[in-house]
Design a binder for this molecule. Structure first.
Ligand code: ADP
Length: 356
């Protein structure tokens, strides 16, 4: 069989899970003609079953062939690879919620995603590690609740189906601004190890904005499963978003996705969405970092009111536009962290699925 003929046949070998062939993806690296043609293929999945299926299919279309498949090594690094520490081993998944700057809706996102995930039936906790503005207790209507101390440990506050603990409990209001490196690091460690979190499926951690000591401490103290970056769609916010995503990469934290907040304005009078800040700008960055937009949340008055009044929208107005989008994002996030667990996200994130 001639090379061209072999190539034509290989064009019918579809890469598992996608609609394009191994030729279209550029995975076929070399073809040697002969009685038994030799095909060199380099795929992006580390999973043995994907390699097996590609090999079987090549042999099926060619009749006879020797197939050499090169695969990447499975990603084994976790954020705590170097330290090897896990100071809260009873928790299955740690999700770091970050933003390049303050005021973009990071806490709002954390609270509503956490509630949406709890509604799916998972055991969920929220750790408010935002030292500069620990406002999760207020958003959950529990700012006046005092946590109970049992022996050496603090019991997390139970609210809206979640366990919650906040930096605000450890530091008097307004003092966070004068805290520096070592103090922040100690506080984060304590919030993880001295709080009696139960066997949670997911702990969402609302980080201080930016990229600093808190992020590093967290990444070294526990194996962070995934990071979520919250941003607004203005072009000027994009550099901050990139810095956040770069930080995840440096800390070996798989990126679960971006939440584009204040993405359009939902007019309460007519239910229409108006594009104020330039919706959808984050898509380019999501592509650049091989990740996705988990949700586009509009400016919705009920969302702000819910935050101010301690009545989170996902709990009290489950039918609202934002609540529905948070719900969808929570299901997708669960899917993503399962994939990260079984390494398949790292495999598939390197190529774009052919939706079109
Ligand atoms: P961050 O944690 O990034 O500092 P917050 O979550 O505290 O930001 O949000 C800042 C303010 O903006 C809060 O008053 C919050 O209720 C409001 N807000 C956040 N997202 C939205 C939204 N999509 N629609 C309306 N208000 C919002």
């Amino acid at each position: 069989m001639k090379k061209d003929e072999i190539l034509e046949k290989l064009k019918t070998v579809i890469y598992p899970g996608f609609k394009k062939s191994i030729v279209e993806f550029g995975f076929v690296k070399d073809i040697k003609e002969g009685d038994t043609p030799v095909i060199d293929v380099e795929i992006v999945s580390a999973r043995p079953e994907v390699a097996k299926s590609v090999e079987d299919e090549i042999i099926r279309v060619l009749g006879k062939a020797k197939v050499n498949i090169t695969q990447p090594k499975p990603p084994v690094e976790k954020s705590n690879t170097i330290s090897g520490k896990n100071i809260a081993p009873q928790i299955k998944h740690f999700i770091m919620v970050s933003s390049g700057k303050g005021g973009v809706g990071k806490s709002t996102t954390t609270v509503n995603l956490a509630i949406s995930m709890a509604k799916l039936g998972f055991k969920v906790g929220v750790l408010d590690a935002d030292i500069y503005g620990p406002n999760i207790p207020r958003m959950l209507g529990s700012e006046n609740l005092k946590p109970v101390v049992v022996g050496q440990n603090i019991r997390p506050i139970q609210t809206h189906g979640l366990e919650m603990m906040s930096m605000g409990v450890l530091i008097p209001e307004g003092q966070g601004l004068i805290w520096r490196g070592a103090m922040i690091m100690k506080a984060i460690s304590q919030l993880l190890s001295d709080v009696s979190w139960s066997d949670l499926d997911v702990l969402f951690i609302d980080m201080p904005p930016g990229t600093g000591d808190a992020q590093l401490t967290l990444a070294q103290s526990v194996p962070v499963s995934a990071g979520i970056c919250v941003t607004t769609p203005q072009k000027v916010a994009l550099d901050d978003t990139k810095r956040s995503l770069d930080m995840f990469e440096k800390l070996h934290i798989p990126i679960a996705g971006i939440v584009e907040n204040m993405s359009g304005f939902l007019c309460p009078d007519n239910g229409k969405e108006y594009d104020i800040f330039g919706k959808g700008t984050t898509e380019v960055i999501a592509n650049e970092y091989n990740t996705e937009i988990l949700a586009q949340i509009p400016i919705e008055i009920a969302l702000r009111e819910g935050g101010d009044e301690g009545k989170p929208i996902s709990f009290y107005l489950p039918e609202s536009v934002s609540s529905k989008r948070y719900e969808k994002a929570a299901s997708r996030l669960w899917e993503i962290i399962q994939n990260i667990d079984s390494n398949s996200l790292a495999d598939n994130s390197k190529i774009q699925p052919t939706h079109s």
